[in-house]
Unconditional design. Structure first.
Length: 317
């Protein structure tokens, strides 16, 4: 594998790891956001409205009781006004609750059942309360008190119990959402830790493989390889070249060093032979030069003798 391929593989792995973590993180964040939105905007709202129901019913039960206990119309009037105010408050909350329940995606079958039970008991209780108020208007205090104690009080208690059941369901739903958020965040935390560990392990493996690859290619540390090549370039053939990888660059440098040593040895022997031959040639040249001088001297002597002979002949003639 080429070093470029190994580096590309390393960076690709890091990129894939980062992309995968980001995608999963976005999915988990969206899940948490969806759950928190449901809890804050729907479940908590339904719970708050149910708490309004409970407050209104509880206070109306007290006002009905107080209305029945007093003996004259003037004293009953403040309690009757409280009942009307509490009924309006309950009706406003009920209208808002019905608006929520019109969206089927925001409610469950159990919630429909619980709200239906509240409305059923509400109708029965409101009918009993209207009868009591009618008796009081006719100044029939004792029958009103008897009806309150015999059935109406129990209906108010059942009404509160049904509302409390709805509130408890919403509390459980909210707690379930919180638990789901905790589970998702815990899982994402474990995922991040796992990704970090895997990243460290795989990065370590890739670094180890890259280091091993460079050692096989270079045959040693890059700085040592550069120093050896620099020494050889400066003519230092005695530098030590050692490597455990004969097919590496350092192995090739070692082979080149050995070849250069052989070449230099051959050149040295050739130079010695050439020097010896040159010395012999120089000696031969000196001998030849001496012989040439001797021949020249003999020639000059011969010419002189010829001139003398010619002069003698002329004199004789």
């Amino acid at each position: 594998m080429k070093i470029s391929q190994l580096l590309l593989l390393s960076f690709s792995f890091v990129l894939i790891l980062m992309t995968g973590t980001t995608v999963i993180g976005v999915i988990k964040v969206n899940q948490v956001d969806s759950i928190l939105a449901r809890v804050n905007e729907v479940d908590s709202r339904k719970q708050r409205l149910a708490i309004n129901f409970r407050g209104s019913v509880h206070d109306r039960a007290i006002s009905i009781r107080d209305t029945v206990l007093v003996d004259n119309s003037a004293e009953r009037q403040p309690h009757l006004q409280d009942i009307e105010r509490l009924e309006r408050f309950y009706a406003d909350s009920a209208t808002e609750m019905d608006t929520i329940f019109n969206d089927a995606s925001q409610i469950s079958a159990r919630e429909i059942e619980l709200l239906a039970n509240i409305k059923r008991i509400e109708r029965a209780t409101q009918a009993e309360a209207a009868q009591i108020l009618a008796l009081l208007q006719r100044q029939q205090t004792e029958p009103a008190r008897a009806q309150l104690m015999d059935s109406t009080a129990q209906l108010y208690s059942q009404w509160l119990d049904s509302i409390n059941a709805f509130i408890d369901y919403q509390e459980a739903s909210i707690q379930g959402g919180v638990d789901a958020v905790r589970t998702i965040t815990g899982q994402f935390q474990m995922l991040m830790i796992s990704v970090l560990i895997i990243g460290f392990l795989l990065t370590g493996v890739l670094v180890w493989k890259l280091t091993r690859y460079l050692q096989r290619v270079l045959g040693g540390e890059p700085a040592h390889a550069a120093a050896v090549i620099r020494d050889l370039a400066h003519g230092n053939l005695a530098v030590s070249v050692e490597t455990d990888y004969p097919d590496s660059i350092m192995g090739a440098v070692a082979q080149m060093q050995a070849d250069l040593v052989v070449i230099m040895s051959e050149l040295e022997r050739t130079a010695t032979s050439v020097a010896s031959a040159s010395a012999e040639l120089s000696d031969s040249a000196q001998i030849n030069q001496q012989q040439a001088r001797n021949q020249r001297s003999q020639t000059e002597q011969g010419v002189t003798a010829i001139h003398q002979m010619s002069a003698t002949i002329q004199e004789v003639a």
